[in-house]
Write a protein that binds this ligand. Structure first.
Ligand code: ADE
Ligand code: ZN
Length: 331
């Protein structure tokens, strides 16, 4: 019988859809679109997935995204993700996408969003997975580019529920994106941001105070700042933690060194997520099962993590009730 960690119904809140592009699909799309990849084979590409830090990974991640050109490509990418995580008992997922990675290459905003949205619809109809899209701004580009990106995406407003902030963290603090997040708030969009992955606790304060985020993506460095932990706990600001990602990008040396248990013990609403599973060696079950083994998580802690993710999601109260019932039904 499979472990409780594997069987448990799950909610994923920190997932970059471009980071689910498996080498096999990358080669298939490259051939379909006449794009030349600088790798001879799937194996050679996988062998390059050895990262010293976030920037090493981002360089490969943006290079890989170059095979995504048509609406069908974005659909195929997201459908592959949903089909894969259905096996991991994911029942609700909130997907990040990076429009600037594509619009900068001449791909139309509608091509990206409509392809992804069609896969979300099919995932609901055929797999029973509820989902939503969150548009992320690239923080290595500037705040004005973020405002333009959101403005350009407004014709497709019905297809996304929030905005986020990702890419190279250190040297690109949240305060530069105040205007874009203010505009998002005025449009009734949810707000989240990567902070405290490689960057210091000050970037988490900045995400809260300047961007008014409802969740912090990663946030693992919050434990360096007692006052920050008190605030995150008091305001019930969830953290979308990505354990395998943190090891691959050398935020922690090994999974056994990860502070996930300490985050829970500090009373924080921590959740477990896969970030960029095609690059980091695992989807949701790999993250949960490997954390359970490396950190000795109890079934009660696993259940708490799953329940935190339901609470932290932007699903409707009715959908949250369904997700809670589903979690309660599995022993
Ligand atoms: N884009 C994709 N994955 C990311 C991560 N882990 N941190 C920042 N930006 C990202
Ligand atoms: Zn991320």
């Amino acid at each position: 019988m499979t472990s409780f960690a594997a069987r448990m119904p799950k909610v994923e809140l920190h997932l970059h859809i471009e980071g689910t592009l498996e080498p096999e699909l990358m080669f298939e799309l490259a051939a379909r679109n006449g794009v030349t990849l600088p790798y001879a084979s799937v194996e050679a590409l996988r062998a390059a997935y050895d990262f010293g830090n976030l920037q090493d990974f981002l360089d490969l991640y943006y290079q890989g995204a170059a095979v995504l050109l048509k609406e069908q490509d974005f659909f195929d990418l997201a459908w592959a993700y949903f089909s894969r995580v259905h096996q991991d008992n994911v029942e609700h997922a909130e997907l990040f996408f990076d429009p600037q990675t594509h619009t900068e290459r001449g791909v139309a905003m509608g091509t990206v969003i409509e392809g992804l949205a069609a896969a979300c619809t099919k995932a609901h109809e055929e797999l029973g997975i509820s989902s939503a899209l969150i548009l992320c701004f690239l923080r290595h580009l500037d705040g004005a580019a973020a405002v333009k990106t959101l403005t350009d995406a407004m014709p497709f407003r019905e297809h996304f529920i929030g905005v986020g902030l990702d890419s190279a963290e250190v040297g690109n603090p949240p305060e530069g994106f105040r205007d874009a997040f203010e505009l998002a708030g005025a449009e009734g969009l949810h707000r989240v941001a990567h902070a405290g992955e490689e960057g210091p606790p000050a970037y988490i304060w900045g995400a809260l105070d300047a961007l008014h985020v409802e969740r912090v993506d990663h946030g693992v460095r919050c434990l360096e700042d007692e006052a920050l932990v008190a605030r995150l706990s008091r305001e019930r600001i969830p953290l979308t933690v990505c354990p395998l990602s943190n090891v691959k990008l050398r935020v922690f040396d090994t999974l056994a060194d990860h502070n996930l248990t300490a985050l829970l013990e500090a009373g924080l609403c921590a959740t477990v997520n896969s970030d960029d599973p095609a690059y980091f060696g695992g989807y949701m079950n790999d993250n949960f099962v490997q954390c359970q083994q490396a950190l000795g998580l109890s079934d009660a802690q696993l259940r708490l993590l799953a329940d935190n993710a339901i609470a932290a999601s932007f699903a409707s109260e009715a959908r949250k009730a369904e997700l809670r019932a589903s979690l309660a039904s599995v022993r």
